[in-house]
Design a protein. Structure first.
Length: 135
């Protein structure tokens, strides 16, 4: 049976995308490699190019020829990409059930007191939207 090709970002792919999303311009592989180096991730030129190729294949990046190199630009905005990652986690780890996922997050200790208030506000807004949709 053929292996399913993942479209969700891996940890390293996400690092690449965060660099590209934060840039206000197209980036060369060398610029991306330098940014990764500055963040403590030392990759060879070949590894950077391979990862960029994977991100193009997955549909996250576009590239265009510029002299002897390529320029890379995000094809997917950060917010929808994050949503896709969360939905993938929800489906794979929690069988699509949001309550156990939220419980795991709350139990993890990774939530600060201020986060809880923000989450309550988001839930209240969503409940209001859902109430408006049923009318």
């Amino acid at each position: 049976m053929p292996r399913h090709r993942a479209t969700v970002l891996t940890e390293v792919e996400l690092e690449f995308m965060q660099i590209i999303w934060s840039a206000d311009e197209d980036l060369t592989p060398d610029q991306i490699r330098k940014s990764l180096w500055d963040k403590g991730r030392a990759l060879t030129d070949g590894s950077v190019r391979k990862m960029l190729s994977i991100l193009v294949t997955k549909g996250y990046l576009t590239r265009r020829k510029w002299g002897k190199t390529y320029l890379y630009r995000s094809r997917v905005d950060e917010k929808p990409a994050r949503k896709n990652m969360v939905l993938d986690l929800l489906d794979r780890a929690f069988g699509g059930a949001a309550a156990p996922m939220v419980a795991a997050l709350l139990d993890s200790g990774g939530i600060r007191k201020g986060d809880i208030e923000g989450i309550k506000e988001l839930i209240a807004e969503r409940e209001k939207e859902m109430g408006d949709e049923s009318e």
